[in-house]
Ligand binder design. Sequence first.
Ligand code: SAM
Length: 245
Amino acid sequence: MTGVGVGPGDPELLTLKAMRVLREADVVFAPTTALDKPSRAERVVREAVGVEVRRLFFALDDTGGLTEARTTAWDEAARIVLELFTSGARRVAFATLGDPNVYSTFAYLARTVADREPRVAVETVPGITAMQDLAARVVLPLAEGGEPLTLLPAVAPDVRRALDAVRAALSGPGTVVVYKGGRRLDELVDAVERAGRADTAVLGTDLGLPTEWIGPLTSHPPGSAAPYFTTLIAPPPRGQRGGAL
Ligand SMILES: C[S@@+](CC[C@H](N)C(=O)[O-])C[C@H]1O[C@@H](n2cnc3c(N)ncnc32)[C@H](O)[C@@H]1O
């Protein structure tokens, strides 16, 4: 079973390897929160590769940690995948947004499948992450010289601690990237302003989709909600060229 990263939304951001693995697969799965609706990953696969996609339900919208809805969905998805292996399918691909090893449902599915049937080989094909796409679009180096690069979720393990971690990273020397922060935008704007990074921080929402929005963090309408697919990049103050070397 191969987890295939399909990038954040723009079908042109699939790698050649991702396209080959998806084309050669016996079955291509994509996660969805509703079986009657295509997910973003499914849309990307259909547009870029044109193959059929089977939907697997995951409780992606669930909050509150390790909920029963989540674990039940992982178990059921693993059962469906393993049924295919039993019936002879060997090349099973799972399309996932961005990269399969960065905050992806694929990790939970792969672990469940491997625990139940160790003979199933698990592989991954890297994908372009949302932070890479946003950095590319605004031509913003994510890291220079000795700068660290920190990626943080704005929600886990709980919102207060997550925002504390963001504030701590913003007071450090490197770029801070925040995922899953759409519902916490006002707090994030405040944290970025207090850290003196408001002039350079950028926001990207729904990257690669018709509803895409990219701009300076401070130009996002205050008080307005941002979607779940929101990425924030706050680079550190950079002085002279090569100053972090
Ligand atoms: C569950 S994580 C998936 C990350 C993904 N595997 C990656 O490698 O980028 C979801 C978060 O990734 C970010 N993200 C993923 N796709 C995005 C997009 N098209 N536009 C903006 N942010 C996106 C958002 O921060 C979102 O809350």
